[in-house]
Design a binder for this molecule. Sequence first.
Ligand SMILES: *[C@@H]1O[C@H](CO)[C@@H](O)[C@H](O)[C@H]1NC(C)=O
Ligand SMILES: *[C@@H]1O[C@H](CO)[C@@H](O)[C@H](O)[C@H]1NC(C)=O
Ligand SMILES: *[C@@H]1O[C@H](CO)[C@@H](O)[C@H](O)[C@H]1NC(C)=O
Length: 979
Amino acid sequence: MGFHYIFIFYLVLLLPLISSSYEASMADQAEFFPLMKNSLTGSFLNDWDDKPVCNYKGVICDQEGYVVKIDISGQGLFGHFPENVCSFVPRLRSLSFGYNKIHGDFPQSITNCSFLEQLNITHTNLTGTLPDLSPMKSLKLLDLSSNFFTGAFPMSFINLVNLEIVNFNENAGFDMWRLPENITKLVKLKSMILSTCKVSGTIPKSIGNMTSLVDLELSGNYLVGPVPREIGLLKNLQSLELYYNQLVGGIPEELGNLTELTDLDMSVNRLTGKLPESVCRLPKLQVLQLYNNSLTGEIPVVLENSTTLTMLSLYDNYLTGQVPRNLGRSSPLILIDLSENRLTGELPAEVCNGGKLLYFLALGNMFSGKLPESYGKCVSIIRFRVNCNRLEGNISESILGLPSVSIIDLSYNFLNGSITKSIGNARNLSELFLQNNRISGVVPREVSIAFNLVKIDLSNNLLFGPIPSEIGNLKKLNLLLLQGNQLTSSIPDSLSSLKSLNVLDLSRNLLTGGIPETLTDLLPNSMNFSNNLLSGAIPVSFIKGGELESFTGNTKLCVPVLPKSGNQHFPVCSETYSKKRINFLWVIGVSIAILFIGGIVFLKCNRETDVAEHEETWAFSYFSYNMKRFHHVSFNQHEIIKSMIDKNIVGHGGSGMVYKIDLSNGEVIAVKRFWSQNHKQKDEKKLMEKELKSEIETLGNIRHKNIIKLYCYLSSCNCNLLVYEYMPNGSLWDALHNGKCALDWPTRHQIAVGVAKGLAYLHHDLVPSIIHRDVKSTNILLDRNFQPKVADFGLAKVLNDSNTTIIAGTYGYIAPEYAYSSKATTKCDVYSFGVVLMELITGKKPVEAEFGENKNIIYWISKKVETKEGAVEILDKKLSGFFKDDMIKVLRIAILCTCRIATLRPSMNEVVQLLIQADPCRLDGIIGEKPAATPHRQFTAGKLRGVEVSSSKNERRAQAVVESRFSSLFILSTLINCC
Ligand SMILES: *[C@@H]1O[C@H](CO)[C@@H](O)[C@H](O)[C@H]1NC(C)=O
Ligand SMILES: *[C@@H]1O[C@H](CO)[C@@H](O)[C@H](O)[C@H]1NC(C)=O
Ligand SMILES: *[C@@H]1O[C@H](CO)[C@@H](O)[C@H](O)[C@H]1NC(C)=O
């Protein structure tokens, strides 16, 4: 009895205490949110105003009003996460603030949250070392992926025995560590994602005890030794990702016990032996990727019974024998890549049965027999490459006319028959490679209906008849190779409308007639008309352009004038052609007259300049200026001239001073003064005048948002002023190398695309096109929004004016062929642009001491990319690792642009396309990703195209889908070797 009383007595005493402690903890809890508002910024937090904490967005409370969950992930927040969250919010069970720009060290006090069950801090900017995680005993989910942590890997996570999901993917900053035997203490673990986080050593056998595992990912590490057969004990496993390691030995038979497995990827290792039949029998297997290993033996026939297989990538192994005849009969295949093995027999005919096939790649094997008829029904297929085999027979009409196909590569086989008219149905075809076969018949004019064609190679076949003149309709055509056939006809005039043509080879045919004068409008980087039956005069501009070589082996060709070189394969034309010669002389005469008149004017100016030379100060007002406007301008010359005082000087260009002038109307302009005064050398002066003229002629007439705007030109005899729009963010050089402003990767990418667009406009949209000739980061200016504008056209040269031999350009940016031939082509600009891309990627200058004596950035990069670590090392350390994959994509473009062989460089139009594909902000990027069970399987075509060299899990996966010779990390070095 008494006891009861005492109890009630105490209860009465305690009640107010209990409720007041409740109130106190509610108050504490409420205090934490202002702390967050203070240390973080972002519009999301505007919602957190005068209302109960439990009603805040991203906050969830239990029935008693205690906050149990805070999820502010992906809200564009910036700043620090406050310390001591659990002393304010004691019942917190789940905390997520990933996908925000949160920096600083890992908030150590989070480890005091002993009730916390979920901690998700993926994709933030956190740095520093991780503390002992052991106190977070209740943790079930720990996601620290994609951060910048450094130091020792937190082995203490092994003490978190309640863990079900752990993800440390993409933390390349840790020290190397090994998987300990006792990792098996994590008996509840379902998902163990320890990819790209510096795991070395072997995979412990004990892993076989972790039978709860559903997802085991250890890819992108430094694992060595064999794949333990004990993995076969993980009966719940659905996904096993071991790609990009250095694993050796065979694929264990025992993996065939993993009946739940859908996804098996052990690509890019050193695995040997056979592909076990047991694995090919797995009832749920969807993805089987084992490319880039050293597997031998045959592909087990049982694989053809699969009803689930979607992706099969076995390229670059030593597989032999036949491919299972009925592969794909009952499975919805999307990709098959069997390239670069030693496979024989016929191609599997049923791969398209599922109606989903996008990629069929079987190049570089020993396949024989005919192309299966059934391939003509593959309406979904995008890439079809079976080149370098021993295929024979004809190419069916339906294959050539496939509606979605973008690449057909059947080259280097023994195919015969003809090219059918159905090619006109291939509306998406951009590359057609049929070279080195035995194809006969005529080239159908319908080829011109396939208007997306960029590359056509029909060389070394048995084609006869005319070159269809309709081919001139293929406006995107970049490469046309017809050499080594028996084509008759003359060269169609219409070829001259192929404005994008870069490589043209018509050699070793039976072409007759003359060389159309109009062809000289085209300036492909390489052309070849040799060994035909052409006759008549070779157009003069080809001779002047040094192209005579391309005409050898045509005995009836002649030259209207003797080229200066003297080295003579061709006779001088007889009178029939002398009319043209007279014309030519007439042109020379007029030029001399112009020069003469120009000279007089020049001398006159010079004399007046000499007078001015003695004046130390510039008395502009004494001179009267002529003004030539190119844009609407709202200022008058007096205002400009008045403001040209030292205080306003912002730079010294190569040929004069640059002033920044704030006009009274609020506008800001830049004025460049070309002077002749301090340059007494006549040659130099002449060059400078040429530059000035070039700048005015080119800039005055073009309008493009990525080309600097020239408002007007003011001239007097002793001084010339150019008035431009003002670029507040200076040059790209200063931004990158003088630390004027930190440019993040999306901004750098935006700059790259802008410059590429500007140059593409100069090269491809103008007639005649313009070569800038001095593309470099100092000539790229940045406006308020960091949109780039190409500037300084002093050296730009209109393409068809070919009588200058001055080598212009800047050391470190000059294309090798230009340095020795002094023949500028658009490809020289592409090269220089490639160097600028390298600056953007690495943050380094084109020439730095660390590259070694006489070595430039191109050499440095080519050495570094020989290893995968090296490729990542060159990326600018100042940039977020978030964008590593995108940067590597751009690195690949940079390498292409700087190929030694000019013809292998892409055109500027192509560069624009490639860069757009590497856009870090594209929709299918990280942010838009759905957290699905297997988020890494994405089939957006944009992502699949192009070469993806990357380390993130998702990108790796996409990369596997890219055709074989372009898909390994080592491609960068391969690329360099190709160049
Ligand atoms: C796991 O084993 C390592 C030695 O291999 C030891 O240092 C560590 O303390 C062990 N961890 C746990 C949680 O048992
Ligand atoms: C994120 O971290 C990276 C690398 O440490 C850095 O370059 C980047 O500027 C950071 N971003 C923000 C928004 O702080
Ligand atoms: C962590 O949070 C992000 C963003 O909300 C989500 O995509 C991811 O799936 C979460 N991680 C885990 C392991 O659930």
